[in-house]
Design a protein around this ligand. Structure first.
Ligand code: RIB
Length: 307
């Protein structure tokens, strides 16, 4: 049966420091809280899918070290299928250093380690995972080769491709034209369209340019301003839920994981985006990536209070 969500992407251990404000170059700042938590865009998206009750497979390359051991244990506890995870004895597991300010804004530096060695061959060896999955969820925190290989295997196996192009980098037409749903934020959308990140371009224009590149549907996330959806057939906006942000880390991952689950369950696109926005909003009210990702009941309660 083709009923799984396959996430191909990185797993990190996040080291988080909460500060009054973000440091400037050369400055030493004393923070308030410190936390270590599971992170990495791929792992976060897989955990989000699992917490919403979806059957999830994570394909990742993880170091054979205590950080990696802890991550794999955590995935098993979450009910994620870890049988396609590759343990790497030559490279350390991914590590992210994260600063979070009092407004919930963050600054992230990643040492990807084993994530950078996920290869085309690793992906090709996992064909079975593509065969049994309805949806492939991808990000860009791994090399381009496994991304390309994943997209083409997904096409061969009739699996829907959702790409969250984070962190952004220009992508070849061969990848973009095989993406069913692209979920960039505004900056990522500009980079994919070849504009400098600080140039002022209206989001609908960016969305249309991405459709011209062959992507079938685009959802540009706009943070507190919500999101905009574009396809050949329609265009609409969905507002964000107002919350007091503590830490926006992984809010985008929460959105993408929830979107994949909602669509795999057969929800209409507008309802799926609303569901994903609720997950992201809840996530932003808590510190850390994986500890912040909401469970199904919490999301349903949240939505029921906001009709
Ligand atoms: O999207 C948030 C994630 O980005 C963090 O968990 C960190 O590990 C980096 O990959």
């Amino acid at each position: 049966m083709k009923d799984r969500i396959l996430v191909v992407g990185p797993s990190n251990t996040d080291m988080i420091i909460k500060l009054e404000r973000l440091p400037t170059p050369g400055e030493t700042l004393i923070g308030s809280e410190f936390a270590t938590a599971g992170g990495g865009k791929g792992a976060n998206q897989a955990v989000q899918c699992a917490r919403l009750g979806a059957p999830v497979i994570l394909l990742a390359r993880i170091g054979e070290d205590p950080f990696g051991d802890r991550s794999v244990e955590q995935f098993k506890e979450e009910g994620i299928d870890t049988s396609f995870i590759i343990r790497d004895s030559e490279h350390h597991s991914g590590i992210a250093l994260i600063f979070v300010d009092k407004k919930g804004e963050n600054m992230i530096a990643v040492a990807p380690g084993s994530n950078s060695f996920l290869s085309k061959e690793d992906v090709e060896r996992a064909r079975e995972a593509f065969r049994i999955s309805s949806t492939l969820l991808l990000q860009l925190e791994i090399p381009l080769e496994p991304v390309e290989a994943s997209v083409s295997l997904a096409k061969e196996e009739g699996t829907t491709v959702i790409l969250n192009p984070a962190p952004a980098r220009p992508l070849p037409q061969s990848v973009l034209s095989n993406v069913d749903i692209l979920v960039p934020n505004e900056t990522e959308a500009k980079i994919l369209c070849g504009f400098p990140p600080d140039e002022d371009i209206p989001s609908p224009k960016l969305g249309s340019l991405l459709l011209e590149k062959g992507v079938k549907q685009v959802i540009i996330t706009l943070g507190a301003k919500g999101s905009i959806y574009l396809s050949e057939k329609e265009q609409f906006e969905v507002s964000a839920f107002k919350v007091e942000a503590v830490d926006t880390t992984a809010a985008g991952d929460s959105f993408c994981g929830a979107l994949a689950v909602a669509l795999a369950e057969g929800k209409e696109i507008k309802e799926a985006i609303r569901f994903a926005s609720a997950c992201a909003a809840i996530c932003a009210t808590r510190l850390g990536a994986q500890p912040s990702l909401p469970y199904r009941e919490e999301v349903e309660d949240f939505l029921s209070q906001r009709i």
